[in-house]
Design a protein around this ligand. Structure first.
Ligand code: ASP
Ligand code: MG
Length: 443
């Protein structure tokens, strides 16, 4: 059994949806196919929700009508038979009736907003499942709301997902393709909820872990994880292999291709995650797994913006213990994660990416230490690879490449997979380009 997930652009056009049908049926292996909403739909639904929240009924209705027209065209171009088209139209009519009735609820709360945004995945999967039926493919639609569960901290409950899925799948052993929704789930109150933007990747990984799939494939519109941000630097190339640790560092630090939590469930059950390109299915893509055949070294670079650096000084730190605990308790109190940290004998610098409570945090830190003015608009540049502790030249190569760019902080040695640099965001693009040219060789 494999789990294949297709993103919004991979299902966004009728011809793309048709090629997905070809892809998933190109061999005989049973597959769970996880779909995102058609590209643009989630954003539209959020916009409709915004209008509904502000009681802008006319604007909401206008957006709903526009979205409906988009689906009408989509369905008319997808289905090839009269019965198929009839089914497709019935699906969208039914769904849009539901969308319309949701938007008129007053007051329109967050609960309704989550129900509304879930309609994107409910639409794409119903349409695709109906298309599979039309094409006479052995298939079934399994509603994610029947098995995807999160706890009160919004964390997926893998054990519950596993047993629910097992029970449901037992009825469909004979089906070749099992279609389900990415992104959506139920919370402990039984309400419709979601795994946050981009969450369909996470769904695929959770399902893969739950059914102990042979492989999880994430199909997007790029040929795998690149060694650097292709939107910023000139020459990038897809990385063929990454370890779970490397991929997690990259996904967290800004490589937009994967939802940052995706790696965890796959890693837990040691299931390879393969990133593939729907536009170029024969390209090898990137495999994320435990073992690597390639040698150690620098693999990729990514960057994270909107970072704030806080500089804390205290002579009380000298030879004392417990000072760092006091510092971190303050961040804990305001539920603010710390990303990077560097220390000297009398100073600590940390970075955060959530500024919401910066004033309160600074005030409390000021009671136990001297604070220098914090730096906003910083970027963390994360260099990822397998840096074996006895490999001598990683740091020097990085610093050599960065020789013309001011570095605010350096963090190296916490793991064998990461070196992080903090730079002013205005220098980020230059830093990514300089590191790209300095650390990689191009044919
Ligand atoms: N449709 C959702 C989003 O746009 C989930 C996903 O595509 O992964 O964020
Ligand atoms: Mg995505």
């Amino acid at each position: 059994m494999q789990v294949w997930k297709f993103g919004g652009t991979s299902v966004g056009k009728p011809e793309r949806m048709k090629s997905i049908q070809q892809l998933v049926t190109s061999d005989d292996e049973q597959k769970i196919v996880v779909l995102s909403a058609l590209s643009g739909t989630t954003n539209s639904l959020l916009m409709i929700g915004e209008a509904a929240k502000k009681n802008e009924d006319i604007a909401a209705e206008k957006h709903v009508n526009e979205l409906f027209t988009h689906y009408e065209t989509f369905v008319s171009e997808l289905f090839t038979t009269k019965e198929g088209l009839k089914k497709g139209n019935a699906i969208i009519e039914n769904e849009f009736n539901h969308i319309r009735s949701l938007t008129t609820i007053k007051p329109f709360t967050i609960k309704h907003d989550k129900m509304l945004v879930a309609q994107g995945e409910l639409l794409s999967t119903q349409i695709f499942a109906a298309y599979l039926v039309e094409q006479k493919i052995s298939s079934v639609l399994l509603p994610a709301l029947e098995f995807m569960r999160i706890d009160a901290d919004n964390e997926p409950i893998l054990s519950e997902i596993e047993y629910r899925l097992k029970e449901l799948l037992a009825f469909h052993e004979d089906k070749k393709i099992i279609v389900t929704q990415g992104f959506i789930c139920r919370n402990p109150r039984g309400e419709v909820d979601n795994l946050k933007r981009g969450g369909s990747d996470y769904t695929a990984s959770l399902i893969g872990a739950a059914v102990r799939a042979k492989e999880i494939q994430i199909w997007t519109d790029i040929d795998g994880m690149h060694n650097n941000d292709p939107r910023i630097v000139k020459r990038t190339f897809p990385v063929r292999e990454l370890t779970f640790e490397e991929a997690a560092e990259l996904a967290y630090f800004g490589a937009k291709i994967l939802h940052p939590s995706t790696i965890n469930p796959a890693k837990l059950r040691d299931i390879p995650v393969r990133l593939k390109n729907t536009m170029e299915p024969s390209a090898p893509g990137t495999v994320i797994s435990k073992t690597q055949t390639s040698s150690a070294g620098i693999k990729a670079i990514s960057a994270k913006d909107n970072v704030t650096a806080i500089y804390i000084h205290s002579t009380r730190m000298l030879n004392a213990y417990g000072f760092l605990r006091k510092v971190f308790e303050i961040f804990e109190k305001f539920k603010t994660p710390v990303d990077m940290i560097t220390t000297s004998e009398v100073s600590v610098a940390v970075t955060i990416d959530n500024n919401e409570n910066l004033d309160k945090i600074s005030k409390m830190l000021g009671q136990i230490a001297d604070l220098e003015e914090s730096d906003q608009d910083q970027s963390i540049i994360c260099i990822v690879g397998s840096f074996l502790a006895d490999k001598p030249n990683i740091a020097i190569r990085v610093l050599e490449a960065m020789k013309d760019i001011p570095i605010r902080m350096i963090s190296y040695g916490a793991s064998e997979h990461n070196m992080s640099l903090l730079v002013d965001s205005k220098d980020k693009n230059a830093a990514l380009e300089a590191l790209n040219e300095g650390l990689f060789t191009f044919e």
